[in-house]
Design a protein around this ligand. Structure first.
Ligand SMILES: NC(=O)C1=CN([C@@H]2O[C@H](COP(=O)(O)OP(=O)(O)OC[C@H]3O[C@@H](n4cnc5c(N)ncnc54)[C@H](OP(=O)(O)O)[C@@H]3O)[C@@H](O)[C@H]2O)C=CC1
Ligand SMILES: O=C1O[C@H](COP(=O)(O)O)[C@@H](O)[C@H](O)[C@H]1O
Length: 488
C-alpha cells in the first residue's frame, strides 16, 4: 500500500458480466491488488441482469483472468482478491430493484464508487434508480464510460439527469486513453523539453498523423457496435483526446481545470466538416473477410448476430484542420479501424523540410525530421534524424538514423500500467484530474455530429476493405491528394 491511506470503497460495476468488465475492469482491479494498491476493506460488487450467485461471479472473474492474464495469476493474490467480490442481480431499468444495494453497502465505512460499464441508454435509469433507492451521499462517485450519449442531444440529456443527482465533482467521465502512460507522457514531452516546446507549431511542423488500429474485429459486440460505429466508438473520444493533448497550448499547471480549459479551446477551433466537404475530408470503411496475423477472419457482415445490410463504419480516416494561430496550415490526419494488420497506436509529427540542401551528394531531397510516439504496444519515442556516416574518404555522407527511447529499455525497473489500472485507482482514491469535463464531451459531439449528419445527408456508404489491411484505398488517397502518405 502507498504511504497515504484512502477510505475503502464499495466499487459497484453495472454491467459486470459484459465485455468491458470481464476484459478490462476485473483484470485491472486484480493487477491493482497484485501491486497492493487497493485498500484492505474495499469491496467489488458486480451488478448485471443474469441470475447469478456471488460464487458464480467469482468463477466468471477467475475465467476472465485465465483468458487475459494466463500465467500472471497468483493463488495467494487471487484468494485475497476473490474475497472482495460479490454479485447482485438487478434489472437496471427497474428502479425498485436498486433497494438490494442496501444489503451490501456500508456507507459509514466505505465510499460508494459506481462504475457504469453499460450502454449509454442505461445511464439515466441508473442515476434515477440510485437516487430513488436513497443510497447516494455526498461522498458517492459516479464513473461513466464513453461514449456519453449517441450525439450532442442525448449526451446533454444524460448529463442533465446526472447533475440532478450528483454534483459535478462527484462525476468521473472516463476515457481510458487518458490513463495510458504514453498519452500522459505527451505532457512531459511537450512541456518539459525545450526542444519540443519551441518547435511545436506551424513554423516547424508540416503535418501530424494519429493512427489507432486494432487487429481485433467486432466479435461478440456486434449489437452494441452496430448502433455506434467507429466514429462514435473511437474517434469522438480517444482520438480527439489524443489530438487535444498534442495540439493544446501549455496549461498554467497540471490541475484538471487548467488542462480542461486548454483542451476545450482546441475542440472549439476544429474546422467543421459539413456535407459540402465531407467526401473530400473523410473516409468511411467496413471490413470484409481477410487474413489477420495469418488467420482467416470473417467480414463485419458475417460476424455472429450481424445484419447483412448494415452500413455501419468500422474504419474512419479524417483530415482535421485546427483554426488557430499555432496550427494554421498544419493538417492533422487521423485514422482508426478494426481488423487492421496489427494493433498499433501512434502519433507521427512530421517536421518541415529545410529550405536549402547542402548535402545533395547524399540526398536529392533531405528527409524531414520525424518524431514518432508509440502509444501502444512497444511504448516509446523515436526521433528520425540525419547523421554523418563515419568515414574520412570523400564528401560528407548522410544517413537517416533513429534516436530510440523505448520505455521497456529505458525504464527497465518500472512496470507500465494500463489506462484502466491508472484511472480505476484515481477513482478509488477520489482524484478527478484525469477525467473529462462535461463541456469537453459536448464540444467533441458538436464537431462529430456535423460529420455524422453530413454522411447521412450525402448517403455516404462505407467503402469495403479486406480484414488485415489499413482501410480502403480512399484513405491513401486522402493524404496523396495533399502530396503526403501515411507512416507505414
Ligand atoms: N468493451 C470495451 O472494450 C469497451 C467498452 N466501453 C463502453 O462500455 C460500455 C459497455 O460496453 P461492453 O461491456 O462492451 O457491453 P456489453 O453489452 O458486453 O456489456 C453490458 C452488460 O450490461 C448488461 N445489461 C444490459 N442491460 C441491462 C439491464 N437492463 N440490467 C442489467 N444489466 C444489463 C448486459 O447484459 P446482456 O448481455 O444480457 O445484454 C451486459 O452484461 C459501452 O458504453 C461501451 O462503449 C468503453 C471502452 C471499452
Ligand atoms: O473504447 C474502446 O476501446 C477499445 C480499444 O482500447 P485499447 O486500450 O485496447 O486500445 C476498443 O476495442 C473498443 O471498441 C472501444 O469501445
Amino acid at each position: 500500500m502507498s504511504n497515504n491511506t484512502y477510505k475503502p470503497c464499495d466499487f459497484v460495476i453495472y454491467g459486470a458480466l459484459g465485455d468491458l468488465s470481464k476484459r478490462k475492469l476485473l483484470i485491472s482491479l486484480y493487477r491493482l491488488e497484485k501491486h497492493n494498491l487497493i485498500e484492505a476493506d474495499t469491496r467489488i460488487i458486480g451488478v448485471d441482469r443474469l441470475a447469478e450467485t456471488s460464487q458464480g461471479f467469482i468463477d466468471i472473474a477467475y475465467k476472465s483472468l485465465q483468458s487475459f492474464l494466463n500465467n500472471e495469476i497468483d493463488d495467494k493474490i487471487w484468494a485475497q482478491f476473490s474475497q472482495r467480490l460479490s454479485y447482485l442481480k438487478i434489472d437496471l431499468t427497474q428502479a425498485a430493484e436498486y433497494q438490494q444495494l442496501h444489503s451490501v453497502l456500508e456507507p459509514e465505512s466505505r465510499v460508494m464508487v459506481n462504475y457504469l460499464a453499460v450502454a449509454p441508454f442505461l445511464f439515466k435509469s441508473i442515476c434515477q434508480g440510485l437516487h430513488s433507492s436513497g443510497v447516494i451521499n455526498s461522498e458517492t462517485r459516479l464513473v461513466m464510460e464513453k461514449p456519453i450519449g449517441h450525439d450532442l442531444k442525448s449526451s446533454k440529456e444524460i448529463n442533465d439527469v446526472v447533475t440532478e443527482v450528483f454534483k459535478e465533482e462527484q462525476v468521473y467521465r472516463i476515457d481510458h486513453y487518458l490513463g495510458k502512460e504514453t498519452v500522459l507522457n505527451l505532457l512531459a514531452l511537450r512541456f518539459a523539453n525545450s526542444i519540443f516546446t519551441t518547435n511545436w507549431n506551424h513554423n516547424t511542423i508540416d503535418h501530424i498523423q494519429i493512427t489507432v488500429g486494432e487487429d481485433i474485429g467486432i466479435e461478440g459486440r456486434w449489437e452494441y457496435f452496430d448502433k455506434t460505429g467507429q466514429l462514435r466508438d473511437m474517434l469522438q473520444n480517444h482520438l480527439l483526446q489524443i489530438l487535444t493533448f498534442v495540439a493544446m497550448e501549455p496549461p498554467a499547471d497540471l490541475s484538471a481545470e487548467s488542462i480542461h480549459s486548454e483542451k476545450i479551446k482546441v475542440l472549439k477551433a476544429l474546422r467543421p466538416i459539413t456535407a459540402r466537404n465531407v467526401e473530400e475530408k473523410t473516409v468511411r470503411g467496413q471490413y470484409t473477410s481477410g487474413y489477420v496475423n495469418g488467420k482467416e477472419v470473417p467480414g463485419y457482415l458475417e460476424e455472429v448476430g450481424a445484419n447483412v445490410s448494415s452500413t455501419t463504419e468500422t474504419f474512419v480516416a479524417i483530415r482535421v484542420d485546427i483554426d488557430n494561430w499555432r496550427w494554421a496550415g498544419v493538417p492533422f490526419y487521423m485514422r482508426t479501424g478494426k481488423r487492421t494488420p496489427n494493433k498499433r497506436t501512434e502519433i507521427v509529427v512530421n517536421f518541415k523540410q529545410l529550405p536549402h540542401n547542402i548535402f545533395k551528394d547524399s540526398f536529392r531531397n533531405l528527409p524531414a525530421n520525424k518524431l514518432v510516439i508509440h502509444l501502444q504496444p512497444n511504448e516509446g519515442v523515436e526521433v528520425m534524424m540525419l547523421n554523418k556516416v563515419p568515414g574520412i574518404d570523400g564528401n560528407i555522407k548522410l544517413q537517416n538514423t533513429k534516436l530510440d527511447l523505448s520505455f521497456s529499455e529505458t525504464f527497465k525497473n518500472n512496470r507500465i500500467f494500463g489506462g484502466y489500472e491508472k484511472l480505476i485507482l484515481e477513482a478509488l482514491r477520489g482524484n478527478p484530474t484525469l477525467f473529462l469535463s462535461r463541456e469537453e464531451i459536448e464540444q467533441a459531439w458538436i464537431w462529430v455530429d456535423s460529420i455524422l449528419s453530413a454522411w447521412a445527408n450525402n448517403h455516404t456508404a462505407p467503402k469495403p476493405y479486406p480484414a488485415g489491411s489499413w482501410g480502403p484505398l480512399a484513405s491513401v488517397a486522402l493524404l496523396a491528394r495533399d502530396g503526403r502518405g501515411w507512416e507505414e
